[in-house]
Design a protein around this ligand. Structure first.
Ligand code: 13P
Ligand code: SF4
Length: 364
C-alpha cells in the first residue's frame, strides 16, 4: 500500500511529514484521486499544515474556522466528509450529518478545552444551576453538547450571549475561561464560567507583547479570544480565526502581530501578500511555553495519514444515535441563529464591505 500512496517518499513517524517536493506532489495527487473515488470532500481548519489547507481548496473543499467548517460540511453533497482538525470538529460534522461518513486523519487529535471539561463533572455543574441557560463552546465532546442549550464558536459566541442576556437569561458557560470572561465583559451578561483553557493561547504573554508593540508601533495586534485578558487588552481586533484573517485583509496597516496558532499565518500571507505578519510572543522572561503557538493536536494531521484514511476507510467518527439526537439540538440552534443574523465570516478585502465582520469584536 505504501507504494500505491507514494509513501516511499513519506516519513510515517507520526506527523507523516513528506520529505521531498516530488513526494509531496505525488501524495497530493493521490489524495485528490482518492477524494474523487470516495465522493469525499476535505474540510480543514486554518491551524493544520499549509499543505492540507491548500489541498482542501484545490480539491473543492474548504479551509475555515469552526463555524464555517460546520456549515460547509452540512451544505455539501459529498457522501464522505474528511475533517482535518481536531476531534470535536469531526464529531460536530457527524452530529450534523448522520447520513454521511466522517473520517479524520487521526482520532488522537483532541483539544485541551475538551479534555478539561469531562461530561460527568460538567453534568453535575449544570445540575447545581438549573436556572441557567447552558452555553458551550464548540471545543467540547458530544456528551457535553448533549447537556447544552446552545453551542457557540468564537465567531458567534458574543452575539449569542448578547441575545440571551437581552432576553434576561443567566448563563452557565463552558469551558474556556478567557473567552467566557471576554464575552461576559463585552455583554454584561450574568455568567458562571467553567475554568478551562487552551494550552496554545494560554501561553501568550501580555508583558512581552507590550514590549513587542513598542518595537513595532505601527503594527496592529490581532488576538483570538482564547488568549488571556492581558493579551486581549492590547488587541486592535479580537475575533475568531476567520475574523482575524478578515481583519488582516481589510485593515489599512502594513504589519500585524498575531496572537493565535501560527497555522493561521499561511492564509493571512496568501490573502495579504504585501503585509508582514509576526507571531505574538509566547517566550521571554515570563514564559513557561509548552506549545509555542502551535496546537500539538492540529499538528497530528498530515498528508500521509490523510491518504491512509482515504485508502482504508479507517478513523471513522461514530456518535451514538441517542447522544447525537441530544447534541444536535444546541448546534442547530446556533446555525439557525447564524442564518437569521446572516453571519458572514469571510472577508472580501474591502474595508467598507467588511465592516459588519468587525462589529461586536474589538479590544475588551
Ligand atoms: P475558531 O472557531 O476561531 O476557528 O477556533 C477554533 C479553535 O480551536 C481555536 O483554538
Ligand atoms: Fe483546542 Fe487550543 Fe488546539 Fe484550538 S488551539 S484545538 S482550543 S488546544
Amino acid at each position: 500500500m505504501n507504494e500505491l500512496l507514494g509513501l516511499a517518499e513519506v516519513d510515517m513517524s507520526g506527523t507523516g511529514a513528506v520529505q521531498t517536493p516530488e513526494g509531496k506532489a505525488a501524495i497530493k495527487q493521490r489524495i485528490a484521486r482518492l477524494l474523487e473515488r470516495e465522493q469525499a470532500v476535505l474540510v480543514a481548519h486554518y491551524y493544520v499544515d499549509p499543505d492540507l489547507q491548500d489541498l482542501a481548496e484545490e480539491t473543492g473543499g474548504c479551509v475555515a474556522d469552526s463555524l464555517e467548517m460546520a456549515r460547509f460540511g452540512r451544505a455539501h453533497r459529498a457522501r464522505t466528509l474528511v475533517v482535518a482538525g481536531v476531534r470535536f470538529m469531526g464529531e460536530t460534522a457527524k452530529i450534523l450529518n448522520p447520513e454521511k461518513r466522517v473520517l479524520m486523519p487521526t482520532l488522537q487529535a483532541t483539544c485541551s478545552l475538551d479534555l478539561g471539561c469531562p461530561a460527568d463533572a460538567f453534568g453535575e455543574f449544570c445540575d447545581q444551576h438549573p436556572d441557567r441557560t447552558v452555553v458551550v463552546y464548540a471545543n467540547t465532546s458530544a456528551a457535553v453538547k448533549a447537556r447544552a442549550d446552545w453551542m457557540v464558536t468564537s465567531s458567534i459566541g458574543l452575539d449569542v450571549v448578547a441575545h440571551l442576556h437581552a432576553r434576561g437569561e443567566k448563563i452557565l458557560w463552558a469551558p474556556d475561561r478567557h473567552l467566557g470572561r471576554y464575552v461576559q465583559q463585552a455583554t454584561g451578561a450574568d455568567m458562571l464560567i467553567w475554568p478551562g483553557a487552551c494550552v496554545v493561547h494560554d501561553e501568550f504573554k501580555g508583558i512581552e507583547l507590550e514590549l513587542m508593540k513598542r518595537e513595532r508601533p505601527n503594527a496592529k495586534v490581532l488576538v483570538h479570544p482564547e488568549a488571556p485578558a492581558s493579551v486581549i487588552a492590547l488587541a486592535d481586533v479580537v475575533g475568531s480565526t476567520s475574523q482575524l484573517i478578515a481583519a488582516a485583509q481589510s485593515l489599512a496597516a502594513d504589519e500585524f502581530i498575531v496572537a493565535t496558532d501560527v497555522g493561521i499565518l499561511h492564509k493571512m500571507r496568501q490573502l495579504a501578500p504585501s503585509k508582514r505578519f509576526v507571531e505574538a510572543p509566547t517566550a521571554g522572561n515570563s514564559a513557561t511555553c509548552k506549545s509555542c503557538a502551535h496546537c500539538p493536536w492540529m499538528a497530528m494531521n498530515g498528508l500521509a495519514n490523510l491518504a491512509q484514511v482515504l485508502e482504508t476507510g479507517s478513523n471513522e467518527i461514530v456518535v451514538e444515535p441517542a447522544m447525537r439526537e441530544r447534541a444536535v439540538v444546541c448546534i442547530e440552534r446556533m446555525l439557525d441563529f447564524a442564518a437569521r443574523r446572516r453571519v458572514r465570516v469571510r472577508a472580501s478585502g474591502d474595508l467598507a464591505r467588511d465592516a459588519p465582520l468587525f462589529a461586536g469584536i474589538g479590544p475588551a
